[in-house]
Write a protein of this length. Sequence first.
Length: 204
Amino acid sequence: MRATKFLPDNFYHHKTLNLSSSRSVIWMNLAAIPLLFLYGWMFSHLINIFRPFNPSQNGLLGFFTEFSVLELVFLLLSIILMLILHELVHGIFFWLFTREGPRFALKAGYAFAAAPKWYLPWMQYIIVGLSPFVIISVISIFLTWFVVSSFIPYLLLIATFNAAGSLGDLIVVGWVLNQPKTILVKDEGDIFSSYAPDISLHIR
């Protein structure tokens, strides 16, 4: 099945996941904080397997204090660029499956790319949801093999912030994975709806 703008006649509304409330946004942003430590630890160890790298002898605080003011500004710009790339990756895969430009939006506490006029099959939607987490993480770590050592901290933090910021994507993907593979998914950015075939039509 392909992405479609028209819901098939035998499909009915199955479930809705609403992440647009202020409470949901605050919860996801708070939950992302411990994930920064988890992913930072995981990615730094992964980088060390291929290229010895010790981010700091003094822990996370020491890591940040090693940056000069100018380097911190550059780091902030890198994270902003990462946020843009994150949504662009979503948008590219939306376009690949729909051949129509996605909708981008920035709201208080989060940004998103969406295809609110389209219904995407189960597997296509999982690809859309996971693509920034996988692609940005892999590329950031891969580049640490080739860049000068002074760039490695930036790549580590970009991978870490991107992964932690993907919490909302992972929640939605988990929600989709727990549904039948026959569903179609409509993504409105922060409200997600699934539609399933009318099972009564298969009962004889």
